[in-house]
Design a protein around this ligand. Structure first.
Ligand SMILES: [Zn+2]
Length: 694
């Protein structure tokens, strides 16, 4: 007992000298967060102090004896809560990319406090009264376009946050907000636990038949790391399960891992998400109805480019018919391959990838393994930088000796054509248990202004690419290369941003994928491939014949891809257009019914099923998963604009795209921004052509 106390005291004494990094200005290169100094114990005090400071700032606004005006109310509110944002942006970034049980526990602990804190601001009647006064007297204030937009957004945000509700309803709203944020958090944590829990352990070499050598080597390495040397371990991480489904000849094992994947969160254990989903969609619906809408989708869509659920369903209906037709053609090809294989079963979900890949090979004589050697990670990365340089004149230079969000990440400085510093970009490529799945782009500091000067952003791209075996280079699949260019588009959107106020820095959810998806169009253009797709051993540029095969086969499989995506988008919408939720609702039965009634194929499950659909259940893309295809209408049309003159690196269009889309945040209505760039509204034809659905 005594010994412990002494140790503890000594510990306290030394730690007291280390200042909380969030409480001082970062003194690191480019003032990136000092990741190496930030410890778990720094977050909570910073969160608490951050909230306290913002409360004081809000009180100062309310108690200002001067009449409310733009500067003392709207701008002051926009600038409040700096410390809180500073800690939250680092915590949430790391909680996704490199979480720990302690961080997860802390996010659970902070969630209700943060939810209450933002409600205290959004439902503060004195604050709203001042905002309203400015809003109603804006004509006399001579505001800039940016200021006017911030004022409108601020006022509308208050209204949408319940400022106009009576006290009783506001109390109910607070309760629902707290509940929703806890449930979203719980959903994500269950999903991570379920993804990590599944293991397919192979101890008979025969069961590896069909798998490429690098995948086998990785599985051996994963088994060894898990204390099962001599065996092979496959997991539900994409770089492990996806090649397994594509190549493993053992059908039973494909079924096993496939079922493991599609049943995450649906195993009736402590990480089951069914009740979480039901509680969540109920709370969201109640919130929407409290706010005067029929359902959550109506409320969420009000601020989007699409504006109404009808507009979303209308677009999806137009794509669904040709996509299903194409998926049935692919299914027939699959059945042919099964027959060729000397078998006569009907294809199931776990057969799709395996036989599509064979059908593709039979049709185009192209196998993904032929392409990978030309897509070495570093080459793709450098190609991506060259691409940005060719279009926008910007450069990326590696930065040494800078704190990294994880030792596996690397850092680059982005400079404008004239040498101006635009921001820092981190790249973090490979999966680990502490990282959530998928790929994303985030920031560790958003672009802002301080004392009239632009403060550059700190941007991060996080992926889950195939990890190379020790001593081997990382060779990407075509999909992974495309993902990298996609996330890089989000990164450029962040790096180019030049906005004076936080409140108008973002763009609507269904517009945000335009900058990222438009980049995907360049990745496999022959002229682009020449710049980066070099064989990792010989340095030979990817042969024209292989490029032609890639081009032809590129559209193959779009039936499946489009249908699995549409299924998820419909599922997301269908859950959120409900005006009532029956007490005995079974969310999995709802999923089966809602997709079944549209004639979707049983072999193509929704890209994400209900219990692991983090985009919609975790928040972020709620009633918004459709955004990818909504934005695809825009990006397909935009790419047409770029290349109409037959020039792949059209600098004039790039300058316009940067000026009207990538730089000004959410300064205008999204359609107006698009029309400013393009000169007209987009049509759906370019999208259907690109997907080979026309
Ligand atoms: Zn994206």
């Amino acid at each position: 007992m005594t010994a412990c106390a002494v140790v503890l005291l000594a510990g306290c004494a030394t730690e007291a000298k280390v200042e909380n990094p969030f409480f001082t200005e970062y003194t690191t290169p480019f003032q990136v967060p000092p990741f190496d100094q930030i410890k778990i114990e720094h977050y909570k005090p910073a969160y608490l102090k951050g909230m306290e400071e913002q409360v004081a700032e809000i009180n100062a606004i309310i108690n200002n004896p001067e009449a409310p005006n733009f500067e003392n109310t709207i701008a002051a509110l926009d600038q409040s809560g700096k410390l809180l944002s500073k800690v939250a942006i680092v915590f949430s970034g790391l909680n996704s990319a490199n979480t720990t049980p302690e961080m997860q526990a802390l996010s659970q602990e902070m969630s209700p406090l943060l939810s209450k804190h933002s409600d205290d601001i959004n439902l503060n009647p004195k604050l709203f009264a001042r905002v309203k006064e400015v809003y109603e007297n804006q004509e006399s204030m001579n505001l800039t376009k940016e200021q006017k937009k911030l004022l409108d957004e601020t006022y509308n945000d208050f209204v949408r946050s319940g400022a106009n509700l009576d006290a009783e309803k506001q109390e109910k709203l607070r309760e629902l907000n707290g509940k929703i944020s806890m449930l979203q958090l719980k959903f994500g944590q269950n999903m991570l636990a379920e993804t990590n829990a599944f293991q397919l352990v192979i101890d008979n070499e025969k069961d590896l038949a069909g798998l490429p050598d690098n995948i086998i080597a990785n599985a051996a390495q994963d088994a060894k790391a898990a204390g099962m040397e001599g065996k092979w371990l496959f997991t539900l991480q994409n770089p492990s399960i996806m090649p397994f489904l594509q190549y493993a000849e053992n059908r039973e094992l494909r079924e096993k891992i496939f079922k493991g994947y599609i049943n995450r969160g649906n195993n009736n254990n402590e990480n089951d998400n069914k009740q979480v989903v039901k509680d969540l969609i109920t709370a969201r619906m109640e919130k929407a109805q409290l706010m005067g809408f029929n359902n959550y989708a109506e409320m969420a869509l009000e601020t989007r480019m699409a504006k109404t659920p009808e507009a979303v369903y209308n677009l999806m209906d137009q794509i669904c018919v040709p996509a299903l037709k194409q998926a049935n053609v692919e299914l027939a090809d699959i059945q042919k391959e099964i027959k060729k294989d000397g078998k006569n079963f009907t294809a199931e979900g776990w057969d799709w990838s395996f036989y599509t890949s064979r059908a593709k090979k039979a049709k185009f004589n192209l196998d993904e393994t032929q392409v990978r050697p030309y897509l070495q990670l570093e080459n793709v990365r450098n190609g991506m930088f060259t691409f940005a340089n060719n279009l926008y004149g910007v450069t990326f230079t590696a930065i040494e000796n800078i704190p990294l969000p994880h030792p596996d990440a690397e850092a680059f400085e982005c400079k404008d054509a004239d040498g101006t510093h635009l921001g820092v970009l981190y790249l973090d490529y490979f999966p680990r248990a502490s990282k959530r799945g998928g790929a994303w782009c985030g920031t560790y500091r958003s672009q802002t202004y301080k004392d009239g000067k632009r403060v550059a952003p700190v941007v991060t791209i996080v992926c889950n690419f195939t990890k190379p075996s020790p001593g081997q280079p990382a060779l990407l699949s075509a999909d992974e290369a495309e993902t990298m260019f996609h996330e890089f588009g989000h990164a450029l959107h962040n790096l180019f941003k030049d906005v004076h106020y936080y409140g108008i820095s973002g763009v609507p959810r269904d517009f945000v994928e335009l900058p990222s998806q438009v980049n995907e169009h360049w990745v496999f253009q022959p002229e682009m491939l020449k710049l980066y797709a070099k064989h990792y051993q010989t340095g030979e540029i990817i042969p024209a014949e292989l490029v032609e095969k890639m081009d032809k086969s590129g559209k193959y499989g779009q039936g499946f891809v489009t249908v699995e995506y549409l299924a998820a988008s419909l599922l997301d919408m269908d859950f959120h257009v409900l005006n009532e939720i029956p007490a005995d609702m079974d969310v999995m039965a709802f999923e089966a019914e809602t997709l079944g009634k549209r004639g979707l194929l049983k072999q193509i499950p929704s890209r994400y099923r209900t219990t692991y659909f983090n985009h919609t259940m975790g928040g972020g893309y709620t009633a918004g998963y459709y955004s990818y295809i909504w934005a695809e209408v825009l990006d397909a049309d935009a790419f047409k604009a770029f290349t109409e003159d037959g020039e792949l690196f059209n600098k004039e269009m790039a300058a316009k795209f940067r000026k009207y889309i990538l730089t000004p945040g959410g300064i205008d209505d999204a359609m107006d921004m698009y029309v400013n760039f393009r000169g007209k509204e987009p049509g759906i034809d370019a999208l259907l052509e690109n997907r080979g659905l026309k």
